[in-house]
Design a protein around this ligand. Sequence first.
Ligand SMILES: [Zn+2]
Length: 476
Amino acid sequence: MSLNLTTKASVRLFSVIARSGARKYSPGRSARCNVTIRQFWGKSLQPQQQQQEAQQEHLVHNTSNASLLDGKPAKNIAVNIDGKPKIFDSLFLRDSCTCPQCVDPSNKQKLFQTSDIPENLEGACRTVVDKENGWMVEIIWTNDIPGYSAEHRTRHSVDWLRRALNVELELRGGVRSDERVLWDREIITKNNRWVNYEEYMVDDQTLFESLSHLNKYGLLFLKGVPESEKAVEDIAGRIGTLKDTFYGRTWDVKSKPNAKNIAYTHQFLGLHMDLLYTSNPPHLQFLHSLRARSPGGSSLFADSFHAAQLIHTASAFHFRTLCNFPVTYHYHNDAQHYHFTRPTIELFPYPKYSEPTNLAIRRVNWSPPFQAPFEARIGGENQSALANYRAAAHAFEKALSAEESVFEYRLEEGECVVFDNRRVLHARRAFDAEKGERWLKGAYVDDDVFFSRLRVLQERFEAKWIADGVVRHVVK
Ligand SMILES: [Zn+2]
């Protein structure tokens, strides 16, 4: 961080201090309850200059830091953000210091612990103008972490502080930015995106558009993929590290006699998700068609979020049952024993006293072929719970597999489908293995890897990024 300063202007801003009835600060009380906010505006400025400066950000002070400009420290620091005084706890301002003593400039690791910060920490602050970062608050610490010199300064840009407040407010209020478009067959048929392999591999803008589309619809197609066993690895690797599973880093879907996994046979395979019997099932699944010479075997896709929304509209009772009833998945075969229990619909936290909506759907878990026997609420006094689940699951399956919900496509050689395995269900029609070869090569990518790549591209192309449903604009 460059600290080229032009402090003169900001010092001038505070050259006239308005004294008003300051109450003594009592550290044990909440700053929000007992503060009287006093603002310090630069009366010495010329009117035109003053107007110009007034549009900028100015520091304001409360009773707790009334003598701040005399260098007296305070527990709480008020900053004028968009014309309103906002109180920040000095503990937060100290903890988020990004100076080179606090965050290693090369590996970006935090060099102290929150628990190292003394309880009696206080800060004295002023605003400065940084050539690169604009208006910043600079804080000098009293009772700083042992080992830090008296020269240690923390700086936060007003833009960063504003964003921190907005993020906190939106997280607390359950505000969710959601670009997901729920789809049925008609909607996805109109909105499907086909991307050229070459462009996807070399052009970052194309990659960004592809990943944004995946995030929105959960489904993407690539064409012109080279006839190579390595191609699927390259496509997935363009996003990041592949997820390795017991199927291998990449894996083949071929018809095999006595297959250990149902996906390897040529029977119809119903709508499902992969690896729900693991604690973190893969986010993206890639299937590259290397051979499509047997009749049949087309792929079916359905948006489970859309089906969940249909259930939500039709029956709040079924929806709640799917959110609550624990379903166990397992893979117990071939020297493997995976076992995991999860409800069918998982929600984001939503504001108290409001009903969940489709916006609150975090993920859906649906994989009937890999279901294990139920382990909870299995009978006796819980008979109604299991019966309720059966009824809700029946309604859900009906919504999922309805003709108007399902998008069918037969993947040709040189094509690759990418889909969100935590949202878009996939199925495969039976095919005649005797009449020709069918060979798909697959790979997985985890959610962390996908969202990391998407955020990096979003920061670059749109100057924002999203985490926990909250949009953060890029600030210095
Ligand atoms: Zn620092």
